[in-house]
Design a binder for this molecule. Structure first.
Ligand SMILES: [Zn+2]
Length: 277
C-alpha cells in the first residue's frame, strides 16, 4: 500500500512547514555569542522581476554574491561555499558573469585556514551557494538538508537541476563520506548556531540562526534575496514552493532579530566592514 507522505524513488514530497520553535540556539549555561563576517565575492545588478513575485516595477536591484563566516566558540562555521568564476563561466557562459570575481575560498582564507573550518552549512544546492569549493574545506562536516539534496538527485521536474552543477552532486554523494551530515528539519549545529528548515526557494532550503551580541541573526540566504522581500512580505520569483516562501519568511521574522539576505548588496552598507557582532 502506498502511504501518504512516503518517499517515491527516494524523493520525499514536500510537507507543510511546521510552526515548531527551532532547537534553542543557546545552551543551558547562557547564550554562546558569535560574530558573522559577510564575505562578498562578486556582484552586479539583477532585474527586479527576478526577486519579487508578481512585481512588474521596472528597474534593477544591486546584488552581491556571498558566503558568511561564523566565528565563535563553536566555529569556525562557513555558511555556503560560493563559486569560482571559471567553473561558473564554463557551465553558464556569460549568463552569470560579474566583474571582479575573486576566488571566495581565498577571501575566506584571509580570516581562517580552510583546513580549520569545522562546519560547512549549505543553505541550498544552487551553484552560487554550493560548488566544487566544498572539497576545499577538507576537515569540515558538511551540513545539508536531506530534502534539498534529494530534490536535485531525483528532481520532480528537470528544472530543479537548472541552477546546480550536476557533477558535484557526485562529489557530495561519493567523496564526502562521513563528512556529510544530512539533516531533516531544524537542527542545532553548535550552541548558538542552528538551522531553520524553511524551504520555498528550494524545497530543502535552510536558513541559519546565529546568536550574536546584536541579537539572533538569520542568515536567510535565497529565501530572502533582498531586504525588500521580507520588509514588504513579497516572495522571491525564484521559488520551488510559493507557499513555503511566505511561511518561511514568517518563521524567520518570528525567530530572529536581524536578517541577512541572500543577495542584497546593501548588507555591506548596513554592516560596515561586513561584520555583525
Ligand atoms: Zn538560490
Amino acid at each position: 500500500m502506498l502511504r501518504c507522505g512516503g518517499a517515491v524513488n527516494g524523493f520525499a514530497p514536500t510537507a507543510p512547514p511546521d510552526d515548531a520553535v527551532p532547537t534553542p540556539a543557546g545552551s543551558g549555561e547562557g547564550i554562546a555569542m558569535h560574530r558573522i563576517r559577510i564575505i562578498r565575492y562578486a556582484g552586479g545588478n539583477a532585474p527586479r522581476w527576478l526577486y519579487f513575485h508578481l512585481d512588474e516595477t521596472p528597474g534593477t536591484v544591486p546584488v552581491g554574491m556571498f558566503c558568511w563566516l561564523v566565528e565563535g566558540p563553536g566555529g569556525p562555521i562557513l555558511v555556503d561555499t560560493g563559486a569560482r568564476e571559471e567553473e561558473t563561466v564554463a557551465r553558464y557562459g556569460d549568463r552569470f558573469r560579474y566583474p571582479e570575481w575573486p576566488d571566495p575560498v581565498a577571501l575566506v582564507s584571509r580570516h581562517v585556514d580552510p583546513a580549520d573550518v569545522r562546519w560547512l552549512v549549505i543553505t541550498h544546492v544552487h551553484w552560487d551557494h554550493c560548488s566544487h569549493n566544498v572539497e576545499r574545506y577538507p576537515n569540515a562536516t558538511v551540513v545539508m538538508q536531506r530534502r534539498d539534496l534529494e530534490a536535485r538527485l531525483y528532481p520532480p521536474h528537470p528544472s530543479f537541476r537548472e541552477l546546480c552543477f550536476a557533477d558535484y552532486l557526485d562529489v557530495i554523494q561519493k567523496r564526502l563520506g562521513e563528512r556529510l551530515w544530512l539533516i531533516d528539519g531544524d537542527a542545532q549545529i553548535v550552541p548558538g548556531v542552528s538551522t531553520l528548515a524553511v524551504g520555498g526557494h528550494t524545497l530543502g532550503h535552510q536558513a541559519v540562526l546565529v546568536d550574536t551580541a546584536a541579537g539572533r541573526v538569520a542568515i536567510a540566504s535565497d529565501l530572502v534575496p533582498a531586504y525588500e522581500n521580507i520588509e514588504r512580505d513579497v516572495a522571491t520569483c525564484l521559488h520551488e514552493d510559493l507557499l513555503q516562501c511566505y511561511r518561511g519568511m514568517e518563521r524567520i521574522r518570528r525567530h530572529s532579530d536581524l536578517v541577512l539576505p541572500g543577495h542584497d548588496a546593501r548588507q555591506m552598507e548596513r554592516h560596515p566592514g561586513g561584520i555583525v557582532e
